[in-house]
Design a protein around this ligand. Structure first.
Ligand SMILES: [Zn+2]
Length: 277
């Protein structure tokens, strides 16, 4: 038995037993035991689900996902958003929910063919929605994006989006444009968001991020010139912070926090942190 969460090719929906998650746009169904329900029991509740997807294995037990359009009432249960789980759940559970969130939103958003409008069908044994009329296949979308910590000696450049919780500052991030390399994206996004130039890019690791379907590619960059000029409407504030006087930072499991903690550790000669996987 493998402990923790393991993604596999789609499980056969005809296979009985196992565990199930239920997801709608408001979040996941939960009770006092957590988010995994005995699959046969939850099916007897006759939730108005639009799809079922076999996801993988949690502690060696098979797990499916029921996709709902709307939250449904189940006695003793409530619906809770993914961000809340991110703060509270253990890491294997968060990874499972992160995967389920992306499969669930893909399934909900591809019920109809984007080319001809016919109703798509699930392809058995593949994570694919196929149009029976025109044959268009739709797979779960992953959006590559970069995240970068820009530094200048004992100072690090952090910024605030208006969407952040009050007081928190983070690293810069943005989506890769079609045809662009991720290194070009780092230089362009930093220039657009704060008006500075960077050099000496170093790739440090990646993290899947389910808000909504990013693959974050994490970098460190050296400051190379320019004065901070925050991008109107995107960046509420951006500043150089001395490494001993930092503002509230992103949550510890995030790659943003890892990039910051790694730089601090290297600068201060402390043991290096590990990016959660
Ligand atoms: Zn079609």
């Amino acid at each position: 038995m493998t402990a923790g969460w393991q993604t596999t090719p789609p499980l056969d929906n005809a296979q009985p037993g196992g565990w199930v998650l239920a997801r709608c746009s408001q979040g996941f169904l939960a009770d006092s035991n957590g988010v995994l329900f005995p699959r046969e029991w939850l099916k007897r509740q006759e939730l108005p689900h639009v799809a079922e997807h076999g996801l993988g294995y949690f502690d060696g037990e098979p797990v499916w996902l029921l996709v709902l359009d709307q939250p449904a009432d189940v006695p003793g249960c409530h619906w809770q958003g993914l961000r809340q789980f991110m703060l509270q759940a253990d890491y294997p559970t968060f990874r499972m929910l992160s995967f389920a969130e992306q499969i669930g939103s893909w399934s909900s958003n591809h019920r109809f063919c984007g080319r001809c409008g016919s109703r798509n069908r699930q392809v058995p044994g593949e994570r694919c929605m196929r149009c029976p009329e025109c044959g268009l296949d739709s797979y779960a979308r992953i959006s590559p994006s970069m995240i970068v910590l820009v530094t200048r000696g004992d100072e690090i450049l952090l910024a605030r989006s208006p969407r952040f919780v009050p007081g928190m500052y983070s690293t810069l991030a943005g989506f890769v444009e079609p045809g662009e390399s991720v290194e070009e994206c780092v230089a362009r996004e930093v220039r657009e968001e704060v008006g500075v130039e960077v050099s000496d890019l170093q790739y440090l690791g990646s993290q899947g991020w389910p808000f909504p379907h990013s693959l974050m590619l994490g970098f460190h960059a050296e400051y190379a010139g320019g004065d901070i000029t925050p991008q109107v409407d995107e960046i509420e504030d951006a500043r150089w912070f001395h490494i001993e006087q930092l503002p509230p930072l992103p949550m510890p499991r995030s790659i943003a926090r890892y990039l910051i903690d790694l730089y601090l550790a290297r600068r201060l000669g402390h043991p290096e942190p590990v990016l959660p996987r």
